[in-house]
Design a protein. Structure first.
Lengths: 184, 444
């Protein structure tokens, strides 16, 4: 049941659109939490998440690296979120309200860095992180689900944490560099 | 234990998965090694962020709406199928002529033998009919104790009433109530209050749902529920069937039966104790013409035959709900759940305990009426009712802890003798707090 992203993407491309369901099921939680961070509003995030999946499906043939499906999906979601912001701003009569809404997500900046870091994890690590934290399975349940020994689950988690920390550090230091160069 | 061994075991240690001996060794090493302690703190911090991210996404379910859009695009050339005509129409409550005609066509088409597909179509139509609700009010009854979790099944109990109000517009608010327990989301925050124990939990966010009320919230979000049932039936292979019945008043009813299989193993302790983890038969009755859901019955599949455990017999759609329903008056002396546990000066003593040791220490503290000590194992202060019942208890035995599937903690079997002379046997649910590493009483 738990195939790799690449296999689901290929099956969808081969005329089995129903298999897209399993990719939606797998990534709806993290994508939603990423978009909630971006948009600061759950119902907007839900709308944007649906739109992102639908656009991803429409463009599936263009995806060059099917194993990077989630990272690619986050890119689409980022664009959808921006569009939604712009349209919200247009709709808002009261500019101040719009500005408040625009600035709110910044508080969550560190957290969607985490979402992006999860997206670039190798799939085996990402899968364990998603099951443990987004499907809220215990380590024992993850082991049963992935048919692997419990020890392998904790080792995979351990490695995934290390990779996430590395990625977050790299992003933070890159950000610091940009920030410093932008200072007068 | 050296640094390499400690780091290899850190995740298992944080997850509470190490054997007692290893856990103690890890603990001892952490006490003496600043570098491993820093590593431990970094992992624990990251883990907390991940938990928060996961929780932020709790309850989201967009599989069906996405798939509807995706599959509609796929079938563009066949737009004139009955389903596509039905799905294109936004069903309202004053049914338009077009909707009425479509419903009649569907009845004719579905008068063929029962199939998974026709049941799925009835469900899809039912989901569509309630896609744009402004409010819903559900009344029913379930077999459970009045103050117990909303999600707990107690098939030996009498029926207890349960009621849910949910306002979708202009702002999401909800209330779920049993005689002994109530949960309210007033648009700003979410509070759950256990009346009999005078305990309350507050989450300073307007939660769409909270885990305990999730199964009922799902019922209230009818469109999603029906979609989810379909989704589950497809991905998990649950059996769906559909019957068309004529009611006494001559109206046609579409009856969809779903045989839901829990993913929990049959021998799991929590199997069939919660709605979400039970093998059940769910019967949804839809009005044949409006496609509106009219009633739900849930039967527990039991060795001795199916037993009715939940019945939803009254559903009011789009009726205005009095704003007072979403206000909850709490007693001044209510005991609040601590969302965060604080480290104790001698925290390590507790953090290094196994679940069995924690259960014993906890019961002993209750027994000698040392409430301060007992509260080190709790997230609530010890309420008067607990003091009265548990004060002076004696431990008869403490068994070996076990972990049921889908429970992120340990269950410790116990037998205690109360000062009243009553002997109680049960399983104490203990969870390990990520920040302090202490076990805390999660019920049972």
């Amino acid at each position: 049941m738990d195939l790799a992203d690449k296999e689901y993407v290929e099956r969808c491309r081969d005329g089995h659109p129903e298999d897209f369901r399993l990719l939606v099921h797998r990534y709806q939680g993290p994508l939603f939490s990423y978009l909630t961070g971006q948009l600061g509003d759950r119902s907007q995030a839900e709308e944007a998440a649906q739109e992102s999946f639908v656009r991803a499906f429409q463009s599936l043939q263009k995806l060059r690296k099917p194993e990077s499906f989630y990272s690619w999906l986050l890119g689409i979601a980022g664009r959808v979120a921006k569009e939604q912001f712009r349209s919200l701003k247009r709709r808002q009569q009261d500019r101040e309200v719009a500005e408040v809404m625009m600035t709110e997500p910044a508080d969550d900046h560190a957290e969607y860095q985490l979402d992006e870091a999860i997206a670039v994890l190798p799939e085996a690590y990402r899968q364990v992180i998603l099951l443990r934290f987004y499907e809220e399975l215990s380590c024992q349940e993850v082991a049963q689900r992935l048919k692997m020994p419990l020890g392998t689950v904790t080792k995979t988690l351990s490695r995934a944490y290390a990779l996430l920390r590395q990625e977050l550090q790299a992003r933070e230091s890159a950000e610091r560099t940009v920030y410093q160069t932008e200072q007068p | 234990m050296n640094c390499a061994e400690c780091r290899d075991n850190l995740v298992a240690y944080i997850e509470g998965l190490l054997e007692r001996e290893e856990s103690l060794q890890c603990e001892a090493h952490l006490e003496t090694c600043a570098s491993c302690r820093a590593e431990y703190a970094a992992i624990a911090k990251l883990q907390q962020r991940l938990v928060a991210r996961g929780r932020a996404a709790a309850g989201v379910s967009i599989v069906e709406p996405v798939m509807r859009r995706v599959l509609q695009q796929q079938t563009k050339p066949e737009r004139n199928t009955i389903m596509s005509l039905l799905l294109k129409h936004r069903w309202g409550f004053g049914l338009s002529t077009a909707a009425g005609t479509a419903a009649i066509i569907l009845i004719i088409v579905l008068a063929s033998p029962k199939t998974q597909a026709t049941a799925a179509e009835v469900m899809a139509k039912g989901a569509q009919a309630v896609a744009k609700l402004t409010s819903i009010h559900l009344r029913g009854q379930l077999r459970a104790l009045p103050a117990d979790n909303f999600g707990i099944i107690n098939s030996d109990s009498e029926f207890c009433p349960i009621e849910l109000w949910k306002q979708f517009e202009p702002e999401l608010k909800w209330r779920i109530e049993k005689p002994g327990r109530v949960a309210v989301m007033d648009g700003q925050s979410t509070v759950m209050f256990i009346k009999t124990a005078n305990l309350a939990v507050k989450v300073p966010e307007p939660l769409k749902t909270e885990p305990d009320t999730d199964w009922l919230q799902k019922v209230a979000n009818l469109s999603n529920t029906i979609s989810n049932e379909l989704d589950n039936a497809r991905t998990k292979g649950w059996k769906l069937s559909r019957e068309k019945k004529r009611a006494d008043d001559g109206r046609i009813k579409d009856v969809v039966t779903i045989e839901a299989k829990s993913s929990q193993p049959d021998n799991d302790y929590l199997k069939n104790r919660f709605f979400d983890g039970a093998d059940t038969r769910r019967i949804y009755v839809f009005d044949g013409q409006t496609a509106l859901l009219e009633s739900v019955k849930i039967y527990l599949h039991a060795a001795l035959g199916n037993k009715l455990i939940f019945e939803l017999d009254q559903i009011d759609y789009n009726q205005p709900i009095d704003s007072a329903v979403f206000q909850l008056e709490l007693p001044a002396n209510v005991s609040w759940f601590q969302n965060e546990m604080q480290k104790l000066p001698d925290n390590e003593k507790y953090a290094s305990m196994t679940a069995e040791q924690a259960a014993r220490a906890y019961f002993e503290a209750l027994g000698r009426q040392d409430w301060t000590e007992a509260e080190k194992f709790r997230r609530f202060t010890v309420d008067d009712q607990t003091k009265q019942i548990a004060g002076g208890l004696e431990i008869v035995s403490i068994g070996t802890a076990f972990t049921p599937k889908s429970y992120p903690g340990r269950f410790v079997p116990y037998e205690i003798k109360l000062k009243s002379g009553d002997v109680r046997k049960g399983n104490l649910a203990l969870k390990k707090d990520g920040k302090t590493g202490r076990w805390w009483d999660d019920g049972g």
